[in-house]
Design a protein around this ligand. Structure first.
Ligand SMILES: C[S@@+](CC[C@H](N)C(=O)[O-])C[C@H]1O[C@@H](n2cnc3c(N)ncnc32)[C@H](O)[C@@H]1O
Length: 217
C-alpha cells in the first residue's frame, strides 16, 4: 500500500485530531505568518487542513497540497515534486508533515523554489533514538526527525536564512496518538515501553520546533 492510501484511511482521524486542530504551536505559526489580506499561501502536506484553515482566517488565499486524495487537498502532489512555478506564493508553510517525506532535501528545495519570500515550518524535533523507534512502530510512514543543528544545515543548503526559531513542548494524549494510526496490541505496548521517559500516565510529552526561513536568493 502506498503512503497516499495509508493517509486516506486516516483522514477523518486527522481532521478530528485535537493536537492538530489547535495549540500554542499552531497559534505561534499563524502569528509568524501575520496578516494575509491580498497574499497567497501554500500549505504543504496539508492533511486535515488545520493550518490552512487558520491561514485563511488570517486573510491568506490558501492552496492546500497533499498526496492523499482522502485529505481533499486542492492539489494532489508530493512535497518533493511541487507542480507550481518558481515564486508562486507569497508564503509557503508546512506543519507536522516533513517527518513523513521521503526526501527532506528535495522537499526543502521545492518549498524554497515555489515561495516568493518566506517558508514557515513546524515539525517534530528529534529527541532520541527511543522516540524515533516508537514513532516508526506506531506509524511505519514515519521517516525521520532531525535536531535543530541538522535543520539549520538543511535550511542553509536550500538557500533559506533562519529568521526565527522556537521549541515547544506539547502535552498530548498517548492513547489518542496510538488510535490515530490504529496501533494496537504488542506494537502499542512496545511503543509505550520505548516512550516511558516521555509518558506520565496517558500524557505524552512531544517536542515540536518552529522555523521561519527567508529566501536568500
Ligand atoms: C499529520 S498530517 C499533516 C497535518 C496538517 N499539516 C495540519 O496542520 O493539520 C501529515 C500529512 O503529510 C502528508 N504526506 C505524507 N507524505 C507526503 C509527501 N511526500 N509530500 C507531501 N505530503 C505528504 C500525508 O498525506 C498527511 O496528510
Amino acid at each position: 500500500m502506498d503512503k497516499g492510501n495509508v493517509w486516506d484511511e486516516r483522514a477523518q482521524a486527522y481532521r478530528d485530531s485535537a493536537p492538530h486542530a489547535a495549540g500554542p504551536d499552531l497559534d505561534r505559526l499563524v502569528e509568524w505568518a501575520g496578516a494575509g489580506a491580498g497574499k497567497t499561501a501554500l500549505d504543504v502536506g496539508s492533511g486535515g487542513g488545520h493550518l490552512a484553515r487558520r491561514l485563511q482566517e488570517a486573510g491568506y488565499a490558501v492552496t492546500t497540497c497533499d498526496p492523499s486524495p482522502g485529505m481533499h487537498p486542492d492539489v494532489i502532489c508530493r512535497a518533493e515534486e511541487l507542480p507550481f512555478p518558481r515564486a508562486s506564493f507569497d508564503l509557503v508553510a508546512s506543519r507536522l508533515a516533513f517527518h513523513h517525506f521521503t526526501s527532506t532535501e528535495l522537499a526543502l528545495a521545492e518549498v524554497a523554489r515555489v515561495t516568493a519570500d518566506a517558508f514557515l515550518l513546524e515539525d517534530l524535533l528529534f529527541v532520541d533514538e527511543r522516540v524515533e523507534q516508537a514513532e516508526k512502530l506506531r506509524d511505519p510512514s514515519h521517516m525521520r526527525c532531525y535536531s535543530l543543528d541538522e535543520w539549520r544545515a538543511l535550511f542553509a543548503a536550500a538557500g533559506l536564512a533562519i529568521e526565527a526559531s522556537e521549541v515547544i513542548e506539547r502535552q498530548t494524549s498517548f492513547s489518542a496518538w496510538l488510535e490515530r494510526c490504529n496501533c494496537t496490541g504488542e506494537t502499542a505496548e512496545r511503543a509505550r515501553e520505548l516512550l516511558s521517559h516521555r509518558l506520565d500516565g496517558d500524557n505524552y510529552a512531544s517536542t515540536v520546533f518552529l522555523l521561519e526561513g527567508v529566501k536568500t536568493s
